[in-house]
Design a protein around this ligand. Structure first.
Ligand code: ZN
Length: 502
């Protein structure tokens, strides 16, 4: 009996008119979201029905659900050096269903001959669902109650680790993290408006990301994205959280490196976040349009990458090699703030009173990230082997560890935390220490430490993670708050090259 039902349901999935598949949600007329079991069956079916697609399990959720990576290539994945590698991942937040549904719609399109040309230049991986445990409950967090998109620095969650292992394996030149935003908040409603854009795009905003990459995103991708989606009747704009305008400023999205986009971006990746508008009453409301819009946004990126492959690839290679050689930015910003540039923002909004589209003028618009405290980049850090939390973190992040004794001229800086105050970070109050630095010559026993150098792809992530005055650092997390005790030595020692000081 069960077998018979399975055959019936497989037949239903193949739609008669085009011999293409339909996604599980599509079959219900988008009245249901795709469950984990349906997703599992669907990706198996896709795998069997397409030569360019293969499914890989990249890890498991907290509750043991498998995480699927759908790899597209017209040869062998990542073997053709002239191709560009793109990673699109959706639904880190389990209650943001349209990302997953859009990704499945996209996958279904991409296996048709119409899109085969993309894979002449692109090797693509789509992870349609990073957080299956959350999705099954339509909950934002995973089963450890962790917000995955605040976990990319401390990296304690298996789902986030799996995603970064995938990234580290292939070092994708382009990534996109797909989300949903909710415009239905109380404070906006009191103002009489809500945001009303189908698809928003966010760029790298952390100033440690190569300015060449940041500029290219804005100058070239933004107009392309706008044309592509507008011509398909999908409203679009730049992801700009905050407001409502009479009580809070509006800015471009965070520069924190604990989210998917910035944690890849800081490795000089063309890294984006896409935010679709979610439903008001329930997660199924208007799901068809939401999912179609998300899929179109993802396809816009693929089309752009296809058309600009050479330039993107060349830029990423060049900017990444600077990271590895240590000749990218000399000064790394540890603290920064969102500031205005004199421009007002015109924000498309829905007006509740007239039940129509409207435009709000945002006076306090802060699109610029301005560094307020920077430091000269060190050569690396010594981490005491006895600090197991830190050592484990180094391994989870998979930083490259080298033998310092093979390097000739270096010196150490020990940091003394004299006091710990607090500062405002994007609305959160976080600890901020006053430190004094003492230079020491020979009193360090190297075999009691591991040495992690900053001349690697994740070098700037390392600095922002370890520096006590970094407002994005480990010490601002509960798990690592022990690092920041007043009137004590900071356990991590800075290493500087003598030659670099000239
Ligand atoms: Zn989200």
């Amino acid at each position: 009996m069960q077998k018979f039902l399975l055959i019936i349901s497989l037949m239903a999935i193949f739609s008669a008119k085009s011999q293409t598949l339909q996604t599980p949600s599509e079959i219900t007329g988008f009245n249901q979201v795709t469950s984990y079991d349906e997703l599992t069956n669907f990706v198996k079916l896709l795998d069997e029905s397409s030569d360019i697609l293969s499914v890989e399990i990249i890890g498991k959720s907290v509750l043991g659900r498998e995480l699927y990576a759908l790899k597209f290539t017209d040869s062998y994945f990542s073997t053709n050096p002239s191709k560009i590698k793109v990673l699109i991942h959706a639904q880190q937040h389990g209650n943001e269903q349209s990302g997953k549904e859009g990704a499945l719609l996209l996958v279904n399109k991409l296996i048709s001959p119409e899109y085969a040309y993309l894979f002449e230049r692109i090797d693509l991986v789509i992870v349609p669902q990073v957080n299956p445990d959350g999705s099954e409950k339509n909950a934002r967090h995973n089963s450890n109650n962790a917000d995955m998109n605040r976990n990319h620095l401390i990296m304690t969650e298996p789902e986030v680790m799996a995603l970064h292992q995938l990234f580290d394996t292939y070092q994708f030149e382009v990534t996109m993290d797909v989300h949903e935003y909710s415009p239905y908040s109380e404070d906006w409603m009191q103002l009489g408006y809500r945001k009303n854009t189908d698809i928003l795009i966010g760029f790298n905003t952390n100033p440690a990301v190569s300015s060449k990459i940041r500029d290219f995103q804005k100058k070239h991708y933004l107009p392309f994205f706008n044309d592509y989606l507008s011509s398909r009747q999908i409203t679009n704009g730049i992801y700009s959280p905050g407001g409502p305008p009479d009580s809070a400023y509006i800015r471009y999205s965070t520069f924190d490196i604990n989210d998917g986009r910035q944690s890849f971006g800081i490795q000089n990746t063309f890294s984006f976040i896409q935010e679709g508008m979610n439903g008001e009453d329930n997660f199924k409301q208007n799901l068809s349009h939401r999912a179609q819009s998300q899929a179109a946004g993802m396809l816009a990126l693929l089309e752009f990458v296809y058309q600009n492959k050479k330039q993107i690839k060349k830029t990423v290679q060049k900017e990444r090699s600077k990271l590895v050689k240590g000749n990218d930015i000399k000064e790394i910003p540890l603290q920064m703030e969102h500031v205005g540039n004199g421009q007002k923002m015109q924000l498309p909004a829905y007006a509740y009173h007239s039940k129509s589209d409207s435009m709000i003028i945002v006076n306090d618009f802060r699109p610029v990230v301005k560094p307020t405290l920077s430091m000269n980049k060190p050569y690396g850090y010594l981490i005491p082997k006895t600090q197991t939390e830190l050592v484990n973190w180094v391994h989870r992040q998979d930083f490259t560890i080298i033998d310092l004794s093979s390097i000739e001229k270096f010196y150490f800086e020990k940091l003394f935390i004299s006091s710990v105050d607090s500062i405002d970070f994007e609305g959160d109050i976080i600890p901020f220490p006053s430190i004094t630095i003492s230079q020491i010559e020979s009193s360090v026993k190297l075999d009691e430490y591991i040495f992690v150098q900053t001349r690697q792809l994740k070098g700037n992530l390392l600095i922002l993670g370890l520096e006590p005055q970094s407002e994005l650092g480990l010490a601002t997390y509960r798990q690592f708050s022990f690092l920041m005790e007043a009137e004590s030595m900071f356990p991590v020692i800075r290493v500087r090259l003598v030659s670099s000081e000239k």
